[in-house]
Ligand binder design. Structure first.
Ligand code: NAD
Length: 409
């Protein structure tokens, strides 16, 4: 069942790339610019459980994927989930840590000659076992490594946020077009049964006209500094928790309201004398106003007790999800009048494999991507608008595609 229906498609089209961007060709793709940061090998993350036997390939038309960056999310969530994907398998690894690549490669049955380093990455161009590349590096490296993957002729699944700026997203999209390859953003909630059900409920107007959406994505970052932790490092992470965790709240507000905001107000907080927040802000509070009159209040923080909630309140009811976007254990209830219904639409754990199979379906059958580069670009435009609003302290007006209206600030 594809819940990415006409209304959602229109929302994406509304926020899509302009014809001017579509005309950018290979010349644009070659302007790497670069983040100034390099991909570098890191130690094996703590508490990783490697498989005791190599994974099976699945269907004969399964798409071979190379994993770029063997960090916590790749090793603990995505790589184990390939076992549940019918049409995608791990065909290669790219890592700057040879010892880690050996342990992981051996455990997953990745042939030794399909284990690449960041220096030898370009050689995957001639490796026909690898058709797609999954970029799961720190955010500030997404754009450059996506461009390298397209230069090698591979399709790309890129982790969220797609990049650190809308300009980088446009470069990535131009590179995809030049290579005639797919560019998908790993927005896993578009493949997660509870979030899909929530989208369907909103399409059915289960809460009536939406008046208020509230999202909270918080946790307390442990003691660290920009040198120790890429998430605290502006060049690698972006400006704060919004790009990392708050992006789930932003996404929820968009796919549940089915609208683009026309006005944004925002506030950021960056405490003094806290090494965690030397480079980045600690929290971002945003208010978005939609053409229907609905308002979304988004809160995200690296310095507030853990929370991952989404609430949609309409004239006729309230939908609550808590936790709302986690790897497992999502809970959802629908309140209408005095009745409260707990909803259990499926297994949250299927989201990772479903996302991989969707990429494979797009490559093999040319199905439309539910989470294309245009969606990542839209979100980066909104993130830029949020920070612009926070900087001016005044509301900023937006064009329907998420760019700032001329004359703002
Ligand atoms: P992590 O720190 O655990 O892993 C990052 C990995 O990138 C490292 O282990 C290393 O292999 C590689 N790397 C290459 N160059 C590096 C450098 N200069 N500094 C640090 N690491 C470098 O991070 P993570 O939590 O796995 O996040 C990686 C990406 O995945 C991020 O873009 C993040 O937003 C995304 N992510 C997505 C989800 C999700 O639910 N979709 C969850 C967590 C992380």
């Amino acid at each position: 069942m594809d819940l990415f229906d006409g209304r959602r498609r229109r929302l994406l089209q509304l926020a899509g790339v302009s014809p001017a961007i579509a005309l950018m060709g290979p010349a644009c793709a070659q302007q790497s610019g670069g983040s100034g940061m390099n991909a570098e090998g890191q130690p094996m993350p703590a508490r990783v459980r490697l498989p005791s036997a190599p994974q099976e390939k699945g269907r004969s038309d399964s798409v071979g994927v190379a994993i770029v960056g063997l960090g916590g999310f790749a090793l603990n969530q995505m790589m184990p989930s390939f076992a549940r994907a019918g049409r995608a398998h791990i065909a290669g690894l790219v890592s700057g840590n040879a010892e880690k690549a050996k342990r992981v490669g051996d455990a997953y049955g990745v042939p030794e000659d399909a284990r690449y380093s960041y220096e030898t990455f370009d050689q995957i161009a001639s490796d026909e076992r690898i058709e797609a590349v999954y970029i799961v590096l720190p955010n500030g490296l997404h754009a450059d490594w996506t461009e390298k993957a397209f230069a090698a002729g591979k399709h790309v699944l890129c982790e969220k946020p797609m990049a650190l700026s809308s300009e980088e997203c446009e470069r990535m999209m131009a590179a995809a077009r030049a290579a005639d390859r797919k560019l998908m953003v790993a927005y896993r909630c578009h493949f997660e049964p509870y979030n899909l059900k929530a989208m369907a409920l909103m399409d059915d107007e289960a809460v009536g006209a939406i008046r208020l959406i509230r999202t909270e994505q918080h946790y307390v970052m442990g003691p660290t500094s920009p040198r120790e932790n890429w998430r605290a490092n502006r060049a690698l992470a972006g400006r704060g928790p919004l790009e990392d965790y708050g992006i789930y709240g932003l996404q929820s507000a968009l796919y549940l309201s089915n609208e683009m905001p026309h006005t944004i107000q925002a506030y950021t907080q960056q405490p003094d004398n806290d090494p965690r927040f030397e480079d980045i802000v600690a929290s971002v509070q945003t208010q978005m106003q939609f053409p229907s009159g609905a308002v979304a209040q988004l809160s995200t923080s690296y310095d507030t007790q853990g929370a991952n909630r989404v609430m949609v309140q309409g004239r006729a009811g309230t939908l609550e999800m808590d936790p709302a976007t986690s790897y497992e254990g999502i809970q959802m209830s629908l309140r209408r009048g005095r009745s409260v219904e707990a909803l259990n639409p499926g297994d949250t754990g299927t989201q990772f494999a479903a996302q991989l199979d969707h990429l494979a379906d797009a490559i093999r059958d040319n199905v439309d991507l539910r989470t294309p580069g245009a969606m990542g670009l839209r979100d980066l435009r909104l993130i830029e608008a949020i920070y612009a609003a926070a900087e001016t302290g005044a509301p900023v007006g937006l064009l329907p595609d998420g760019r700032l209206k001329p004359g703002n600030g």
